[in-house]
Every structure is written in structure tokens, then in C-alpha cells.
Ligand binder design. Sequence first.
Ligand code: SF4
Length: 231
Amino acid sequence: MSTQHLSHRLKLLEGKPPGQLLIHEIYRSVQGESTYAGLPCVFVRLAVCDARCVWCDTPHAFNQGDIWNPADVVERVLQFRCPLVEITGGEPLLQPEVLPLMTDLSDRRLQVLLETSGMHSLANVDRRVHIIMDLKCPDSGECSRNDWSNLDVLKPTDEIKFVIASRSDFDWAADTIRHYNLEQRFQVLLSPVFDRVTPRQLADWLLDSGLHVRMQLQLHKYIWDPKARGV
Ligand code: SF4
């Protein structure tokens, strides 16, 4: 990503009033990924990301958002009467106001999921939040920015997701899983990049590897148009 593009995006956050959130969209859909796949879920998508994974499927969240008061976000989420809510982005942890938001939602007995790039510290995330953290593979272009210290913060119930764009990405993921003993420590997900690796390829690689981790498909892309937004 060029420095110019990144600073333009981050400026959006600099212009945000303190204590408020810059939100791209709030909507209800079916959870398409993770061990919660298939369940109705409210998505709170925060604007702006400081990464630029080459296969990113949410670039529309990079530059657009509205200012929301956190109390209004909670009220909007509650209106859906859905017990599951995912905080996603963009990169949600770029906005520190998301930390008390997740605590507030947890206090209201909602199961909160956090989807994050794995490039920012998870140390201050409420322990009730179920974290789904990426470890970026080399073909994403962002592998050098993985924050490995997060492996000491994640709970055994949290999930680590590898998005696989090639055979070499798979080999890197398999080496990383073995090196850090991730299979025994966390829930591990392997997800193919929609138009780069077929489900059959990933299934064959997984079975050949001997790893006992979970392959997942992005369910929402099979239900709705894979290019559609807000699903
Ligand atoms: S971290 Fe997520 S939102 Fe940001 S560029 Fe990568 S895939 Fe897109």
C-alpha cells in the first residue's frame, strides 16, 4: 500500500471526535465463517484498515463511514434481537472506543465475536469476547505485520484463521501451525481465497498434510453474490 493511501485512510480516523466510532455499516446476516458459521448474526463493520491484503473482500470499508455514538450502536444492535454480534472491519482495533463497546455488548449478555487482522495487540480485549484472529500468509502481502505476541493472549476457545491464496500459503500455514503448536492450543481455521484456491484443492492439501484443523468456506459467498456488500 502506498504511504499516501494509508495516510488518507488514517486521516479519516484522526477527524473522528474522541469517544465516537466511525462505522461503515451495521446489518444482520448469516455468519459465514468461524465455528459460528450458519448462525444469524449482527455485524458491526468499522471503517478504515491499515492493511491492504491483496485479496481483501471489504475494500468498500476503507474510506467510508459515519460517526456513531457507542450508545447508539448498542441500541441499534439490540433492535435486531439477535444474541450474536460480530465486530469486524476494516480493522476494528484501530479505534480504541471499540474496547468498551465490546464490554458493553457483553454486559448485555450478547455473544460478541471480534474479527481482526492479527496486526494489533489483543491484550485489552474483554475476555468474554470470542476472538477470530488472522495470521496473514505471505501471498496477502501483509505477512511481515503479524503481531506474534497475540499468541500469548488468545484463549484456547479463540480462533486463528489462515486465508490461503496458493499452495505456498498452505505450506507456510502448515509450518506455522506445527511450529507454534497451534493445533493443540486454539481453534484453527483454513479458508481458501474465493477465486484463487478451490475448496477441493484446499481439502486435498489438508488431508495430505495430516493436520487436524478445520477447513471452512465463506458460506455467505455461496448464498449471495460473492461480490455483494453487506452480506
Ligand atoms: S486486514 Fe482485513 S480489511 Fe484489512 S485489508 Fe486485510 S482483509 Fe481487508
